[in-house]
Ligand binder design. Structure first.
Ligand code: AMP
Ligand code: MG
Length: 353
């Protein structure tokens, strides 16, 4: 009997060792950096902490590289200015095409394409107008309407020519400026995702302040649940959306804004008027590619809700959830079953629309 017990104990030990060898315990590695004007968090899961750490560092390096190429804020003469393709393009507007990095070509090709498709609701050549509002500065002011009118003449994606064959970009009118604030973060997030994926990571979440990109499932083997922020209650959520291997990107009027005489002025402008868009409080786009999701979230924020829904519905595997200015929650039908809305959120939920 003792012999049997010893044999059983041995077999059990071997089984446990084989299981442990096949399923090394999973650890989480998480890191945060300030990038592109926001805190970016990358969380990854796996068995080798050193490998996780190295992959996350590489992912951050990649995001920083893209952020530098797309930055339009640096002062002329600085190292950051010289590193930025967008600064070089803006400097040579109306003068000559500029040879740029292949990532800049990819970013601007996508931007140009969706500017066209959204009828200019998303416009990467809106820099002359966003500069005037200066939402990133300490003391934003409401510009006088005549200044806005003048700057609108120096705005418009149709001035932008991207030449893939010789890797050049030309902005054809002097004073027209690119501002990739609505799309570069998504592209950088997608590139970081690619780095993680290539290094074999199969469970991760990148959170770049409203831009979420996931790999695989969460620790429980379920889709990641992404919170949808309540636009008028800091820290509050109106609900969640489930995302597996994809992105959820939100454009909201609560990220950068100021109030004057009871009105809210925020950083997402309607390129037709030069003033902040006023149909929507937040637009969340759920799709695989983070770069596309970032562009579309801005476009859908600016468009009237019916046009935003039509744009999303017309695209393959693109979902949209809007919180409109009159406090209605509207989404593409394909999101049903993947969203949970808090019934006490205070917003009216137009189910299935
Ligand atoms: P997002 O939060 O992705 O919607 O991007 C907002 C940022 O994009 C702003 O801070 C501006 O830099 C820029 N922007 C504002 N309005 C537009 C627009 N209609 N199209 C493209 N970029 C815009
Ligand atoms: Mg955007």
């Amino acid at each position: 009997m003792t012999g049997w017990k010893a044999l059983l104990a041995c077999l059990l030990l071997v089984a446990v060792m084989v299981y442990a060898w096949k399923h090394p315990s999973e650890v989480e590695y998480s890191s945060q950096q300030f990038l592109m004007d926001t805190f970016v968090t990358v969380k990854v899961y796996g068995s080798d902490r050193g490998h996780l750490q190295q992959s996350v560092n590489e992912a951050f390096g990649e995001m920083r590289r893209i952020a530098e190429l797309a930055d339009h804020f640096p002062q002329a003469g600085t190292a950051a200015y010289r590193a930025s393709d967008v600064c070089a393009i803006n400097e040579k507007a109306g003068i000559r095409p500029v040879r740029v990095h292949s990532d800049t070509i990819t970013m601007l090709t996508l931007a140009r394409q969706y500017a066209e498709l959204s009828h200019g609701a998303f416009d990467p050549a809106i820099g002359a107008v966003t500069d005037l509002w200066n939402f990133s500065g300490d003391n934003p002011v409401i510009p006088v309407s005549e200044s806005i009118r003048q700057r609108l003449k120096l705005s418009g994606f149709r001035y932008l020519t991207v030449n893939r064959d010789n890797s050049t970009v030309y902005v054809r009118k002097k004073g027209v400026k690119l501002d990739l604030g609505a799309s570069a973060k998504g592209y950088a997030t997608e590139k970081a995702y690619q780095i993680l994926k290539r290094s074999g990571i199969d469970k991760a979440l990148i959170d770049a302040g409203g831009n979420i990109r996931t790999i695989g499932t969460n620790r429980e083997g379920k889709p990641w649940k992404i919170g949808i922020k309540d636009p008028r209650r800091e820290g509050g959520l109106i609900g969640t959306v489930s995302v597996e291997n994809g992105s959820a990107v939100t454009s909201g009027d609560y990220y950068r804004f100021f109030e004057r005489d009871g009105s809210r002025y925020h950083h997402i402008l309607d390129p037709r008027t030069g003033y902040p868009g006023n149909h929507t409080m937040s637009a969340t786009v759920v799709t695989q590619d983070s770069a596309l999701a970032d562009i579309l979230s801005t476009a859908c924020f600016v468009l009237p809700p019916s046009e935003a829904l039509a744009l999303a519905t017309g695209l393959k595997e693109v979902d949209l959830l809007l919180i409109t200015s009159d406090k209605k929650i509207i989404h593409t039908p394909t999101l049903t079953g993947r969203i949970e809305i808090n019934p006490n959120s205070g917003y009216r939920y137009d189910q299935g629309r």
